[in-house]
Design a protein around this ligand. Sequence first.
Ligand SMILES: Cc1cc2nc3c(=O)[nH]c(=O)nc-3n(C[C@H](O)[C@H](O)[C@H](O)COP(=O)(O)O)c2cc1C
Length: 333
Amino acid sequence: MFTSFELKAVTIPNRIVMPAMCQYSATEDGYVTNWHRVHYGTRAVGGVGLIILEATAVEKRGRLSNHDLGIWDDDQIPGLRELVELGQAHGCVMGIQIAHGGRKSFGEELVAPSALAFPKMAAPHALTVSEIKDVVASWRHAARRAHAAGFDLLQIHGAHGYLIHQFLSPLSNRRTDAYGGSLQNRMRFLVEIVEAVQGEWPEDRPLSVRLSAVDYLDGGLSVCDTVEISRTLQDRGVDLMDISSGGLLPAPIKLGPGYQVPYAEAVKQEVGIPTIAVGLITKDELAQEILSNGRADFVALGRELLRNPYWVLKAQAKEEIWPWQYHRAMPRS
Ligand SMILES: Cc1cc2nc3c(=O)[nH]c(=O)nc-3n(C[C@H](O)[C@H](O)[C@H](O)COP(=O)(O)O)c2cc1C
């Protein structure tokens, strides 16, 4: 848990990740606020190895709420840079998740691979091929801005039923052109985004993709599909897979400690690409077990880090990891 891991030119000081978690606390124009400064700054002081900033919209119409962070405008760069500098000052590696909600976005302008609505939402407009190219270009510009802001790692949000996932899953993609049908075609949008992003993102910094390993529905994405997608992404130069699940459509999910770890494990074992496991990992025993047995290279703690920002410090009661200002409060055995 406390050994470092090198991804390209970036050394992540430990294996604990704070996964992307929307805070719905940006201004209506998608700018960083004091909330973000305190929220991310606290987890960086808390010793998290890698913070992945919340889903940050590559296009205004791709926001999930009217208070999402945005990266669709150059003016949004300085606020993001401040967060990067805050985190890095505490030795934390700073990543950002860039995202587009597609048919699950907030607002009127819903777009998707096919005109199939998410339950209780309006029907989206099915993107034409030339519109797809424009959306891909918005990911590219977002990558340029993420680099300009100084982020160490970039994550493409391909999970949770958002636009990329809508292309990947046969349940939401009924296209009959080059972007639909076979898995290879359904992957095309994601692969084009990866290529576009790589045009702007420096080669020596890690690129990550988050996927939902399964849709939990008949006819939806399976672990086998996810392994195949991950293999393609690895061949294309992606460095780190973050393996979540669900979100495409309402579905029954059996929750329990580490319930998504087997998916990360399958991707790691079968593809040999570094992975992040996530989902109800709250105890250091479980985190350590996952890492020691090589089931994943990183563990992400979401809600647990919201409740307990100093989880990492508490798990390692060693003086050197605690900020000197807090030494008098350090637990002693
Ligand atoms: C408040 C909140 C916001 C979230 N926002 C995002 C997000 O922006 N992007 C994403 O990929 N997942 C998001 N998630 C999912 C988390 O990253 C994580 O995968 C999930 O909470 C399961 O991990 P946990 O059991 O450790 O919380 C969010 C979860 C929470 C609780």
